[in-house]
Design a protein around this ligand. Structure first.
Ligand code: NAD
Length: 456
């Protein structure tokens, strides 16, 4: 097994030189990263096309544009984020003042998956740089061309003692996890998340886990059906369903079943045409293994939309299944592909119970016009984050921290959240030397009386 001890030591040494903590160093690194992404835009788009058949608009929007936007936001606000934050001081600590200092953890390990191979590596890196860390990046081995361009770009931009890229698969990832990092940021599946957390526990390393799960999409009987169908079709089949926050399945009110399916069919046809398999603007499946796993689901329930696939091109048509229950195989794990099963319900309590019986989702989407329905779901169901009357868009706002809960993840990022994910919050009390309140000392007369007056 490879050994990354030297690389990590080099980064530790560089971190302790203090350079990466310098505000201008961080700003300069982010500006150069931004300029370089723009320079590599075509290469990246070609690589994403080769790895995943990602169409240009989708690739730009979800991989390149989104990180440029994140850099812009960070550059605009970093000066206020890095300032020690003054907070209140209780009366019992009269004479002193209180501050929270954000300090970089040190050397970060960032491990990324294949579904948005560029975005999910660069977005956390922006947080790591902004907070003043060094970083080792481990991109996915399943998208080799994008990972290669990413390495070229980063190697040209930064010395390896600051930011390094390590290529490889499971063994490389595990060799890296054997090292002692100051923080680990992992995006990927739940089973690997557990491996990462165990490895981090060995060194008591703080972690952020951005995982997955089955994200429900509830369509209530009073929903704007036309818009719901359009927004669900877009959110589900974007990147061919290989999106961590894609609607995994639809919980559909029984009374609107036929009309919703009719609208969904129209929406899918409008997005991808009559023959999505041949549509150059439709993403393909990442590997044969995933293609075969997904194809097996096509035998479950009843196909009401789509169903065609082509193994030689690794493409599966946007497909919708009905007559599905929680017992079907497709309902056991995250689907992560362009197949959308529909579960029916008559009463919201069935929905709430169904979700409660399974791990907490990363996202939840609710389509309704009824304020009491919104309130009931938000109050009774735990999930990472989500939208009312839309899908996916909640992850776009830099003002909304994005992350899971329970088995869908630990911690969050985006916007200031990314800076915070890579910062330790150091609490400092600055005490006065002008006087010394004697209350706390054991020889203070009537001390207990006074203490009781101030505390409790
Ligand atoms: P994965 O967990 O298989 O792999 C992610 C990374 O971990 C890769 O770099 C891989 O090399 C490494 N890895 C794989 N097996 C490992 C092992 N045994 N030990 C150590 N490292 C290992 O995930 P994936 O298939 O690349 O991505 C899909 C999953 O990621 C889905 O579950 C999806 O929901 C999740 N995801 C989550 C988010 C989020 O932001 N929450 C975003 C995208 C994807």
């Amino acid at each position: 097994m490879e050994n990354y001890h030297n690389l990590v030591s080099k980064q530790q040494k560089f971190f302790h030189s203090g350079k990466t903590k310098d505000f201008n160093y961080r700003i300069n690194a982010l500006q150069r990263l931004r300029d370089s992404i723009k320079k590599y835009e075509n290469k990246l788009l070609d690589a994403l096309k080769a790895d995943l058949h990602k169409p240009e608009l989708e690739a730009y929007m979800t991989e390149i544009g989104v990180v440029l936007e994140e850099i812009r936001f960070t550059l605009k606000h970093l000066h206020s984020w890095v300032k020690p934050q003054r907070v209140k001081t209780p009366l019992t600590l009269l004479g002193s003042s209180s501050y929270i200092y954000s300090e970089p953890y040190g050397v970060a390990l960032i491990i990324a998956p294949w579904n948005y191979p560029f975005q999910l590596m660069i977005a956390p890196l922006i947080g790591a740089i902004a907070a003043g860390n060094c970083a080792v990046l481990k991109p996915s081995e399943l998208t080799p061309r994008t990972s290669e361009v990413l390495e070229q770009m980063i190697t040209k931009l930064f010395p390896e003692e600051y930011i390094a890229v390590v290529q490889g698969g499971v063994e490389t990832s595990q060799a890296l996890l054997n090292e002692k990092f100051d923080t680990i940021f992992f995006t990927g599946s739940v089973p690997v998340g557990k491996i990462v957390m165990k490895a981090a526990a060995e060194h008591l390393t703080p972690i952020t886990l951005e995982l997955g799960g089955k994200s429900p999409c509830i369509v209530h009987e009073d929903a704007n059906i036309n818009l719901a169908a359009k927004r669900i079709a877009w959110g589900k089949f974007l990147n061919a369903g290989q999106t961590c926050v894609a609607p995994d399945y639809v919980y559909l009110h029984h009374n609107i079943k036929d009309v919703f399916i009719k609208e969904l069919k129209i929406a899918i046809r409008k997005l991808y045409g009559e023959l999505p398999i041949d549509n150059p603007n439709y993403t393909h499946i990442v590997s044969q293994k995933h293609f075969d796993r997904l194809s097996a689901f096509l035998d479950e329930g009843e196909i009401v939309i789509g169903g065609a696939s082509d193994r030689s091109q690794l493409v599966i048509e946007p497909t919708v299944l009905t007559k599905i229950s929680w017992q079907d195989t497709i309902m056991q794990d995250e689907i992560f592909g362009p197949i959308l099963p529909i579960l029916e319900y008559n009463d919201l309590s069935q929905v709430i119970e169904g979700i409660h019986n399974h791990p907490k989702p990363l996202a939840l989407y609710l389509f309704t016009e009824d304020a009491s329905v919104k309130k009931r779901i938000l109050k009774n169901v735990s999930f990472g984050g989500g939208c009312i009357n839309d899908t996916i868009y909640h992850i776009v706002s830099p003002y909304l921290p994005f992350g899971g809960v329970g088995s869908s993840g630990i911690g969050s990022y985006h916007g200031k959240g990314s800076f915070d994910a890579f910062s330790h919050k150091k609490s400092i009390l600055k005490q006065t030397t002008r006087f010394d309140i004697p209350l706390r000392y054991p020889n203070f007369k009537n001390g207990i009386k006074m203490i009781k007056y101030f505390m409790g």
